[in-house]
Design a protein around this ligand. Structure first.
Ligand code: NDP
Length: 599
């Protein structure tokens, strides 16, 4: 039910949000987390597949892509369409899938509608089975793309790139890996993903725990029982289990743990906002009707327009993401024409958000029986301060007598002992601790990728970016010829549908390479001035540090700490995703490739 808030209530809410933020701000920011190395390195081991021995590779390929998730797959697919013959994807996992290879926790499911989230649906002819499909179907889709475009032929799995350098004389990249491979490549692409290095909370005593523990991105089904497709975790029925963290991952796996464990303790520092999911099976006859040629691009454009305040006469996806913008748009439309000024528009945005979050908090009351638990599960911040969550079983789990919320009210877990988890001086003995504690975001890029490319002038990428990220279109870098980074920032920065950014970049890369094949060019370089102008344009906008001043800390806002020059790596195209997609499609279709030099 929609609500209208009085001025007094809004004032009270603003104050409450500030208080909740203050409670959580801490000077150590990203430093509060532990890097998984040395005695914690085993948390990174692949539980899904044994490491296979193989001989080192020494050869030459046309295109190397670091990362076999959606980025590598969509780029590989588009390159094979333009006729590139040798494409090598190097991937640390044992198969394609990236985030969907690693994250196999029970209940894993896409949070953005499958029709727009899953890339290349039209090209592969796959119909998603649900509005929000589950992990195994997405992983299978990744494998389908790999097979259809022949990307398995030259792929190197269980392999991490350790060094990358441009050899100007040969006009090639030299690539070295942790499996002693040493090969050259005309082009390199990098799509290592924004969230692929798991982190642990720096809780005192974490290394002393004598029970079993793992991170959600390395789910130990051998311990819990069940499989990613069958989340009945039969081995937990006699176990006391703690989950640490209540972000989007915990929201999806807690309902399954709640059904399976003897006792489940959910340690919460900050509650997530949990809106309605309303997942449904996709009806094949409906899908057949809508899937005329070009349907997926139409859905993508429609989602982006609806979700980011663009113009659209209908809302095809119609979900919690598009609702966020629809509500803001309605508030703005209520303003008289002369009142459509930034200050009033911000007020309209804030009104829509305060109302929505109040509804989300009311939803907790309508679901959770115990009022104290319900109070603890209410999120006191703007909906986009943290990743919005949508689920129809998470809050309900807390009505299960064996599921206990340990609400630490912003303080976090106090200590971990040999036997269990301590909060407020009370030890909760458990058999297993599951860390739903997320992934490294604000740490140095080289720490996350494991390599620091050396460009034409022998300068490292970390030096080129010593004053913050610098790119042309978020995709190419001056002094790094024949290279592409496939990610969202300094480009569309469409957070609500990350794969959309990647799919669009894949098209841009394919047009540049098609042009080079046609004109027999061997090297493409970004003009230094073009890069400089692009960075200036990006920084002239508001940046994408969503409400960093008012939001409760988290990885969306660098844990509430001003990132300094790194701010550049949070920002997107100042005029929004729709404008960026239009701009870049015109740029690549013109065939002029202004800002690039070919030789
Ligand atoms: P998050 O970083 O969102 O969550 C980590 C959790 O750990 C937070 O609740 C955090 O609390 C908590 N935490 C950290 N330190 C402590 C501590 N000392 N004591 C207690 N709790 C602590 O990680 P997730 O894996 O949940 O999600 C990461 C991202 O992955 C999502 O934001 C989303 O982008 C993506 N994702 C996408 C999904 C999808 O599309 N289907 C599904 C799952 C994840 P606090 O909030 O206070 O920092």
């Amino acid at each position: 039910m929609k609500i209208n808030l009085s001025l007094k209530v809004k004032e009270r809410l603003r104050k409450k949000y500030q208080e909740e933020r203050e409670k959580r701000l801490r000077p150590d920011g990203n430093e509060q987390y532990l890097e998984l190395k040395d005695q914690l390195a085993y948390f990174l081991d692949d539980p899904y597949m044994e490491i296979a021995e193989r001989k080192p590779i020494k050869d030459d390929v046309q295109f190397t892509f670091v990362g076999g998730g959606f980025a590598g797959l969509v780029v590989g697919a588009r390159l094979s369409e333009v006729g590139l013959k040798s494409i090598r994807i190097v991937e640390k996992g044992s198969d394609f899938g990236g985030t969907w290879y690693w994250n196999r926790y029970p209940g894993a499911q896409c949070d953005t509608a499958s029709m727009v989230y899953m890339p290349l649906l039209e090209e592969t002819g796959h119909m998603p089975t649900e509005k929000y499909v589950h992990g195994p179907e997405i992983l299978e889709h990744c494998q389908r793309i790999g097979q259809q475009y022949g990307l398995y032929d030259d792929a190197l799995f269980q392999t991490q790139v350790v060094d990358v350098e441009w050899l100007e004389e040969q006009q090639r990249w030299l690539i070295k890996t942790n499996r002693d491979d040493e090969f050259t490549s005309q082009f390199i692409g990098m799509g290592t993903g924004p969230l692929h290095v798991p982190k642990l909370p720096g809780i005192p005593g974490i290394e002393t725990f004598n029970g079993h523990s793992f991170h959600t991105s390395r789910w130990d089904y051998a311990y819990t029982g069940g499989t990613p497709g069958n989340s009945e975790l039969e081995n937990l029925k006699n176990k006391r289990v703690a989950v640490i963290g209540t972000g989007a991952t915990a929201v999806q796996c807690v309902p399954h743990l709640s059904k399976s464990c003897k006792e489940l303790f959910v340690f919460q520092r900050t509650p997530s906002s949990i809106d309605v999911r309303n997942n449904q099976a996709i009806d094949p006859s409906w899908f057949e009707k809508i899937s005329e040629p070009g349907w997926q691009q139409k859905w993508l454009d429609n989602f982006t327009a609806n979700q980011t305040g663009g113009e659209a006469s209908e809302d095809l996806v119609k979900d919690g993401w598009t609702e966020i913008s629809r509500r803001v748009r309605e508030k703005v439309m209520d303003l008289s024409k002369e009142n459509r000024i930034p200050e009033k528009m911000w007020e309209a945005y804030e009104d829509a958000d305060l109302e929505k979050m109040s509804e989300i908090r009311d939803r907790v009351d309508s679901i959770v029986n115990d009022s104290e638990t319900g109070e603890g599960l209410k999120a006191w911040y703007g909906q986009l301060c943290k990743r919005p969550c949508f689920h129809d079983e998470y809050l309900q789990s807390f009505n299960n007598a064996s599921t206990h919320l340990v609400h630490t009210d912003g303080k976090g877990v106090e200590r971990i002992t040999e036997k269990g988890v301590v909060f407020d001086g009370e030890e909760v003995p458990v058999d297993c601790i599951i860390f739903a504690s997320g992934f490294e975001v604000g740490t140095p890029l080289q720490r996350r990728t494991g390599f620091d490319p050396k460009g034409k002038s022998r300068k490292k990428l970390s030096d080129h970016w010593s004053d913050g990220m610098r790119t042309f279109h978020g995709l190419q870098i001056a002094d790094f010829p024949n290279s592409f980074i496939v990610q969202a920032t300094q480009g569309a920065n469409l957070i609500s549908n990350y794969p959309s950014n990647l799919s669009d970049s894949a098209k841009t890369i394919a047009s540049i390479i098609a042009h080079m094949l046609k004109t027999e060019s061997r090297v493409v370089e970004v003009e230094t001035e073009a890069e400089e102008k692009w960075v200036q344009l990006i920084m002239s906008g508001p940046g994408a540090m969503l409400g960093s001043q008012d939001c409760t800390p988290g990885y969306y806002n660098n844990e509430g700490i001003d990132p300094g020059p790194s701010r550049k790596s949070f920002a997107g195209y100042p005029f929004g995703p729709v404008a960026f997609f239009n701009y870049i499609s015109e740029w690549r279709n013109s065939g002029d490739f202004v800002g690039l030099n070919f030789r």
